[in-house]
Design a binder for this molecule. Structure first.
Ligand SMILES: Cc1ncc(COP(=O)(O)O)c(C=O)c1O
Length: 168
């Protein structure tokens, strides 16, 4: 996990018994070499590449490729939390890790909390195709998902082009 990093994600991982490894962050995002020196056989990396939470840095392209390469070598996975990827100021955003990944190791997590409003409680996850069934079964075992009407309304917004496209 990025250090400093997202406290909500940290708490979720801890609640599931994960052994967390804090990885340094600089102005290019997660310092992948630091993570590898501490945990060469990591199973999961959690990153906020678009705007590092809480420092706000954008992960550089070089670091993105470094992380994808390292993840493939470790046969691990990445969670890309793109919680405010719709917002950028000077430069167009870098391509999402999810869309750069060629080995199906990135899970992309998005939310409508920023582009619409947090009380909507609507988010989404894009997973590699081989994981769709597992996610579907696990998720439906403990939750029935957000209200269907809410999902349909947001889908209409997207179809009408009112919402910016998802970068992944
Ligand atoms: C790092 C991070 N991920 C995701 C979210 C979005 O969370 P939610 O979709 O539950 O509002 C936030 C909210 O601020 C956040 O800081």
């Amino acid at each position: 996990m990025e250090n400093p990093g997202a406290s909500g994600a940290r708490n979720a991982f801890l609640s599931q018994g994960a052994e967390l490894v804090p990885v340094d962050v600089d102005n290019e995002g997660m310092v992948v070499s630091d993570g590898l020196s501490k945990s060469p056989h990591f199973r999961l990396a959690f990153v906020t590449p678009t705007h590092q939470q809480p420092l706000g840095h954008v992960m550089s392209l070089a670091r993105r490729f470094e992380l994808l390469r390292a993840t493939e070598e470790a046969q691990g996975l990445v969670i890309e939390d793109d919680y405010d990827g719709e917002f950028y100021f000077e430069n167009a955003p870098q391509p999402a890790l999810y869309s750069t990944d060629t080995s199906g190791r990135v899970l992309y997590v998005g939310t409508f909390s920023k582009s619409l409003f947090p009380a909507l409680r609507l988010g989404f996850i894009l997973v590699p195709e081989r994981m769709i069934d597992a996610f579907d079964q696990t998720f439906s075992a403990w939750a029935s998902g957000p209200a269907t009407a809410t999902q349909a309304i947001v889908a209409d917004f997207m179809d009408e082009g009112i919402l910016p496209p998802i970068s992944a």
